[in-house]
Design a protein around this ligand. Structure first.
Ligand code: ADP
Ligand code: MG
Length: 678
């Protein structure tokens, strides 16, 4: 099988500077020499001067020009870190970690000392830290403890074009404090940016452009639409590998699952081809990839081999991988989307924007002319793709942000200085949700519960679940559940050739159909009982790395419990108490079984299904509470427990009335005949 591509256009190179520098880089030199070859280097002094002369500047420069790794170092070298730390925010965890590691290496210091990073549940900084890379969400949280950011001399909001929810809120907050902290410098930087818009927002801040370098990139489109982009990506990678001159390949995928699938299939296919083709080195990169493996993408490709990097959006602008000559772009990414009408949030695979498509293509032209293979037609590109991605603030649940802003004492959310305001319906929804969770009172003020909830770097529903565990005397169990849920879906290991064994092992934790949250708790407690044994994890098809992360998160949650003065108490034998605690946070996520085996969510009815991986998938309890929804072939509830309907009225009387949970079917049926044993 082969795919026909048509070459439609050439994206012109932008070569405002001669390219000797890049060539010099290929001759191996010391890191300090290498720094001088970056496009930003000739502008070092001019940039520092601009920072001296202005409080706020907007910086635009092609990906890979050295903004993220160099600017904080320049500021440090120029003495800014004598007055306070230099912060540099990144929308992605992996980027913050990887860049910090690189900069520590360039500065010849140990990571976590002078250069560190801070991401949720992982603080790799110390008293020595002067340059701090962090996620935008972490800086947002730092406002809670230090509303004037007194420990910082410079804040660089990097990758500003991504317009994540946290970045957008940071804009408003840093703009606000810059008025009274006249010594604080603000840099807003990005690869592609509507610089004028940002400049206008920051009171006409000057724009500093770093002239880019890029070679021309040929854009190829498929002749006809491709039904399966995973399949098309595999064929295209192999086609490039067999027919094209040397140069590495970068494939953009939507998430870990797709990356693992492609990894596996490519390995299998190339093995089949044996020595007929040269070696293809496959390097995945995504958020949950262990740090040791993340570094692999930066290793130079050996002579005669070809590297193929399978990446999420992270490689679009956050990370630059040298040596990429071919880009394969299926044209999709995963985005969070929120329907304020139903209050439902879901991760969806969506077409990317034209701006993203062009960023992706540009990644192939950094060190020489490149080629980009788009797995969609030219017609698609021109007619179906939006120009830009909608900022996250306009398509997400705002409860978390509203809670944070309220804890910062910002009450008038409607008049908050948003660059692009969220839909008022979404804001209203968030207020309602927080009110239902008892985090806000009728006047919209933070309650004691709300203040406690805000201490946890978690979604309000999760933090409410934790705070509620005080009442049910099961905080010990609940923080384990919260930690396990926060790790994501990487606890259970399910190798293709041992699926039956893996599934059996997993079912053992769900004995008595206790439900997925309790099963996670059982996993955690069993592991703890073995003294955190790695061997035990192997035997039970549990990913030890994820467990260690869960333990780490749990330790931190335990510390936070202490801070909000909730005692650690265990109540392991009372599963109902644990489930009630969970329901106290997640009662919005209640659903009821329908005759055909599907479920209806209670408020704003929607049809949903129990995810096949759930321990309750075959059990069909009449009433359930779920952790999250994922849309694949259907709208699936992932992580489900059974509940008793009267709990809803007991726990959230202002949200559910008796008629919501009135269940005529159970009345008609004699006890014990329903599918569930409620
Ligand atoms: P920008 O922020 O402008 O996109 P960066 O500062 O991220 O640019 O990148 C500058 C250079 O540093 C690039 O050539 C990139 O390959 C290199 N680099 C960045 N991080 C790493 C890393 N972890 N390992 C090796 N090289 C890196
Ligand atoms: Mg960068």
């Amino acid at each position: 099988d082969q795919i026909d591509f048509v070459k439609v256009s050439v994206m012109d190179g932008i070569d405002e500077e001669p390219n000797e520098a890049e060539e010099a880089k290929t001759i191996s030199k010391g890191l300090q020499e290498e720094r001088k070859t970056l496009p930003i280097y000739p502008y070092r002094d001019e940039l520092l001067e601009a920072v001296n002369d202005n409080q706020v500047i907007i910086i635009v420069g092609e990906t890979g020009s050295g903004k993220t790794t160099q600017i904080p170092q320049y500021l440090h070298e120029a003495g800014f870190t004598k007055q306070g730390m230099v912060a540099c925010t990144q929308p992605r965890r992996v980027a913050a970690m990887s860049v910090a590691a690189r900069v520590a290496q360039e500065m010849g210091v140990k990571l976590g000392h002078e250069v560190g990073y801070s991401i949720r549940f992982e603080d790799c900084t110390s008293e020595k830290t002067l340059v701090k890379y962090m996620t935008d969400g972490m800086l947002l949280r730092e406002f809670l403890g230090e509303p004037d950011l007194a420990s910082y001399s410079v804040v660089m909001v990097d990758e500003a074009h991504e317009r994540t929810l946290s970045t957008d809120i940071l804009f408003g907050l840093v703009k606000d404090i810059s008025r009274f902290r006249t010594d604080l410098k603000l840099l807003i930087s990005s690869a592609t940016l509507d610089a004028e818009k940002f400049s206008d927002y920051f009171d006409k801040a000057p724009i500093f452009k770093i002239p880019g370098r890029r070679f021309p990139v040929e854009i190829h489109y498929t002749k006809a639409p491709e039904a399966d982009y995973i399949d098309a990506a595999i064929v295209t990678v192999l086609q490039i590998h067999v027919t094209q001159p040397p140069g590495d390949i970068l494939v953009f995928l939507t998430g870990q699952e797709e990356i693992e699938t492609l990894d596996e299939i490519l390995k299998h296919r190339t093995r089949g081809l044996g020595t007929k083709i040269s070696e293809l080195i496959i390097c995945p990169i995504y958020a949950n990839l262990p740090t040791e493996l993340q570094a692999k993408i930066f290793e130079p490709t050996p002579e005669g081999a070809r590297k193929v990097v399978l990446a999420t959006n992270i490689a679009e602008t956050s990370l630059t991988i040298d040596g990429i000559k071919y880009v394969v772009d299926p044209g999709f990414c995963k985005i969070k989307s929120y329907n304020p009408r139903t209050g439902m949030e879901s991760l969806l695979i969506n077409p990317i924007s034209k701006a993203s498509a062009n960023q992706r293509a540009g990644r192939s032209g950094r060190t020489g002319p490149g080629k980009c293979f788009r797995l969609y037609t030219a017609y698609n590109y021109f007619h179906d793709l939006e120009d830009n991605t909608v900022p996250e603030i306009q398509r997400t649940n705002l409860a978390n942000v509203v809670l944070t802003l309220k804890s910062l004492g910002i009450h008038d959310l409607v008049n908050f200085d948003f660059m692009d305001p969220p839909p008022s319906e979404a804001l209203l929804r968030a207020l309602e949700q927080l009110f239902a969770l008892n985090a806000l009172n009728v006047k919209g003020e933070l309650t004691k519960t709300g203040r406690r909830m805000a201490e946890f770097p978690l979604d309000p529903m999760l933090s409410k679940m934790i705070v509620a565990s005080e009442k049910y005397k099961c905080s010990d169990e609940i923080i384990s559940v919260a930690a396990m849920l926060s790790v994501g879906n990487s606890i259970f290991y399910r190798p293709k050739d041992k699926q039956v064994h893996a599934d059996n092992a997993r079912m053992n934790f769900n004995t008595g159909n206790v439900g997925d949250h309790i099963a996670l708790l059982n996993v955690y407690n069993s592991w703890k009982d073995t003294d955190f044994s790695t061997q035990w994890c192997y035997e039970n098809y549990i990913q030890v790395r994820s467990m260690k992360r869960a333990r780490d998160i749990r330790d931190q949650l335990e510390g936070l419990l202490e801070r909000v003065e909730i005692e650690i108490s265990t109540n392991l034998n009372d599963l109902d108490a644990i489930k009630k605690s969970i329901t106290s946070g997640f009662f919005h996520h209640a659903a009821k079984l329908q005759k055909n085996g599907s479920y209806r969510t209670l408020k704003n009815p929607q049809t949903v299904y129990i995810h096949p991986s759930s321990g309750l998938a075959q059990v069909h309890p009449r009433w359930v509470v779920y952790h999250e929804l994922v849309l694949t072939t259907k709208e699936y509830m992932r992580q489900v427990i059974e509940l008793k309907p009267d709990w809803l009225v007991e726990i959230a009387p202002h949200y559910y009335q008796l008629r919501d949970v009135d269940d005529p079917t159970t009345k008609k049926m004699p006890r014990g005949q329903g599918k569930s044993a409620l």
